[in-house]
Design a protein around this ligand. Structure first.
Ligand code: SF4
Ligand code: SF4
Ligand code: FES
Length: 318
């Protein structure tokens, strides 16, 4: 079968912007997108730049955008892509600087992994469970990450805020959270670091990192575990933490969200921060979106409170 491939080309030495190139190739049964790209490079146009190594979904180096989604080219079937989209279009990973064609610069990716201190800091005295040899750490599959960068490319926060630590680095940080050999002070130091701007509270839980991860790492769930652990450790100063606590408090006391009080719960009585959100508050007031702060409690409040208490008993950190 003869197929047309659209490859996004960009050579910084001669191009000012990326441009598509169409290349036709005879393909056989069972081929992957990577197989086809290697043949295009070898048989049609040797100047196409791409990165790969293991060809077995292990090294993570062939991640790219295939028909609009982040995928490993070596485990993406040509036939399935064709059935689903009717064509094959490949481009580099989004939101990372392009070096050439399908090759992106992963420097910022590795920098962020390094920033979360991805190494074990052993406790001077191991926890009793570990010392007895009964340690059964729950790594939640985060150690399956192959550092392909697909999640970072798909991340909606990273798209608008390049400083965001990002899903891959946060999944890596979560891996040490569950390790009983880690020193509690190192865990706390890592969690404290992640409270800063661009840390765990910046994630909007869009779930894209979970959808694209080829190894089922589920970075968003790792971020939720890091948030829970932070609250457990009393790290509640970040806006995101205050938002969660304020939200729960309001629901528990009034049975509903109260937008008139919520800003005070999140930013406190900080005049400058309150001034910053004043225009939004005025707009909400005009649209009738701010309820009476002293309004009646929601009917059925006792049921809501009972529910919250039940959740608290089931998950002590909630
Ligand atoms: S869930 Fe969070 S980390 Fe994952 S892609 Fe969305 S914003 Fe990024
Ligand atoms: S979490 Fe998944 S998508 Fe992100 S770098 Fe690791 S393997 Fe790739
Ligand atoms: S070539 Fe190694 S993951 Fe695709």
């Amino acid at each position: 079968m003869r197929l047309t491939f659209t490859i996004q080309r960009f050579n910084p030495e001669v191009d000012s912007t990326p441009h598509p190139q169409e290349i036709r190739l005879d393909v056989g049964r069972g081929m992957t997108v990577l197989d086809a790209l290697i043949r295009i490079k070898n048989e049609c146009d040797g100047s196409v730049a791409l990165r790969y190594s293991c060809r077995s979904a292990i090294c993570g180096s062939c991640a790219m955008t295939i028909n609009g989604s982040e995928k490993l080219a070596c485990r993406t079937s040509l036939r399935k892509e064709l059935e689903r989209h009717g064509h094959i279009a490949v481009a580099p990973l989004r939101n990372l600087p392009v070096i050439k064609d399908l090759v992106v610069d992963m420097t910022s990716f590795w920098g962020k992994i390094h920033d979360v201190h991805p190494w074990l800091v052993p406790a001077v005295r191991p926890s009793p469970t570990h010392a007895r040899g009964h340690a059964n750490p729950q790594f939640h599959n985060v150690d399956a990450c192959i550092m392909c960068g697909a999640c970072v490319a798909a991340c909606t926060v990273h798209e608008v805020s390049k400083g965001f630590v990002g899903p891959a680095a946060l999944a890596k940080a979560d891996r040490f959270l569950s390790d009983p050999r880690e020193s509690p002070s190192a865990t706390r130091a890592r969690l404290s670091m992640l409270q800063d701007e661009h840390g765990i509270w910046d994630c909007t839980r869009c779930n894209f990192c979970v959808e694209v991860c080829p190894k089922d790492v589920k970075p968003m769930e790792a971020i939720i575990r890091l948030r829970r652990a932070s609250l457990e450790q009393g790290l509640t100063q970040a806006g995101g933490a205050r938002h969660i606590l304020g939200f729960t408090e309001l629901i528990e006391h009034q049975g509903r969200l109260n937008e008139a009080i919520m800003p005070l719960k999140v930013v406190g009585f900080a005049p400058r921060a309150l001034l910053h959100i004043l225009p939004l508050g005025m707009k909400m007031l005009r649209k009738g979106k701010i309820p009476n702060p002293f309004g009646h409690a929601f009917p059925g409040l006792s049921h809501i409170r009972a529910l919250i208490q039940r959740i608290r008993r089931a998950t002590p950190q909630a």
